[in-house]
Design a protein around this ligand. Structure first.
Ligand SMILES: [Zn+2]
Length: 357
């Protein structure tokens, strides 16, 4: 019998069941960066339409925007925004009839106080309701030494595991810049762009005894969209890491690791399918849904240019209220996100696979 989960936010054993179902079912879930209720609701709507489970995530910058640029203390705004966005998802996700995962995105050294504050909030929520705020956080210390990176991963995972949370770590550098985190390709050593299997094995040995974790692996992926040909994806790197861990640790399964695909915008479908076959269960999507939203809003503004200049047409006296009402054009943007994510769910094989029952 296949696993069924209660619709809504998944944490703890239910989150792990969802990740395992992806692996055994040979599919992955889109992990979409959100910045406001428009993007959150559109992501949930897409998941509902595709009958796919979904991952909703916030970067530090996205969380700050969610709370509002008017808050002067940006560190405080990052925490408030992430808490507020997560609570919004906890409130509405069940009504969309799918399973949702709540994640945070790249936290480098400077963003660790943000993650700790969110774990504080998660512990509080866990005490009160039995459920933490997020399903998993992400720590990205891939530019530091492996030792420094793993020491911090251990510290955080020891806090996360007792409240039913997971940790995404990064080994090897994903090129390109995302929300102020990341580096120019020219500045990175070439072998740092490809995760080394021996590093993955070291991470597995240290983290697996502490709790559930996933690995953002570098296999030539780059954040953002570049001209075709600039990026050479080598998903076989993931396979090598799976084999190294499976053989050394005698895990008894081919795919002991849970991989996350960053910087996948503009990737060929065949490479995505190959990566999913090697244990990728989460593929981050930001650039493509940003464009999908803005493209549709842009089209609407072009088609209704006068409604963005006049409340009443100066020649025909036609009132434009219905056209400039933000709900009209924000909805176009939402529809753009939905359409793009229906394609993503198909590409990742998650369409029709929701475990919600
Ligand atoms: Zn990323």
């Amino acid at each position: 019998m296949s696993t069924k989960l209660k619709p809504g936010v998944q944490t703890g054993a239910d989150y792990i069941a969802l990740v395992e179902a992806c692996k055994t079912g040979g599919y992955a879930l889109p992990a979409v960066n959100v910045v406001n209720t428009q993007s959150i609701n559109a992501v949930l709507e897409a998941a509902s339409k595709a009958k796919s489970d979904i991952i909703i995530q916030l970067s530090g910058g996205g969380a700050q925007f969610y709370a509002g640029k008017g808050i002067k203390d940006s560190e405080k705004a990052k925490v408030l925004g992430a808490v507020s966005a997560a609570e919004h998802v906890h409130r509405v996700a069940e009504a969309y009839g799918v399973c949702a995962v709540l994640h945070t995105d790249h936290a480098n050294r400077a963003l660790i106080p943000w993650v700790d504050a969110l774990i504080d909030a998660g512990e509080e929520r866990f005490k009160a309701t039995g459920k933490p705020l997020f399903s998993s956080h992400m720590l990205d210390l891939s530019e530091e030494s492996l030792e420094d990176n793993l020491a911090e991963c251990e510290r955080l995972l020891k806090r996360l595991a007792p409240i039913g949370m997971s940790l995404e770590i990064e080994l090897g550098v994903t090129g390109g810049e995302e929300d102020g985190v990341g580096k120019d390709l020219d500045e990175i050593d070439n072998d740092k762009l490809y995760t080394q299997p021996d590093e993955v094995l070291t991470a597995y040995r240290r983290l697996a005894p502490l709790g559930h974790f996933s690995v953002a692996a570098a296999f030539g992926n780059v954040h953002g969209v570049y001209k075709p040909g600039n990026v050479k994806l080598r998903p076989e790197i993931l396979k090598a890491s799976q084999e190294a861990v499976s053989a050394a640790e005698k895990t008894g399964n081919d795919h002991p690791l849970h991989f996350v695909f960053h910087g996948g915008s503009g990737s060929e479908k065949a490479k995505i399918t190959e990566a999913v076959g090697y244990g990728v269960f989460k593929m981050n999507i930001d650039t493509d849904t940003q464009f999908a939203f803005s493209e549709q809003v842009g089209k609407y503004v072009e088609e209704n240019a006068k409604a963005f200049k006049y409340q009443i047409d100066p020649e025909t006296d036609e009132p434009y209220k219905k056209k400039y009402d933000p709900r009209a054009w924000l909805r176009k943007g939402e529809e753009g996100i939905v359409d793009r994510l229906l394609v993503a769910c198909d590409d990742l094989g998650s369409t029709g696979k929701s475990l919600a029952g």
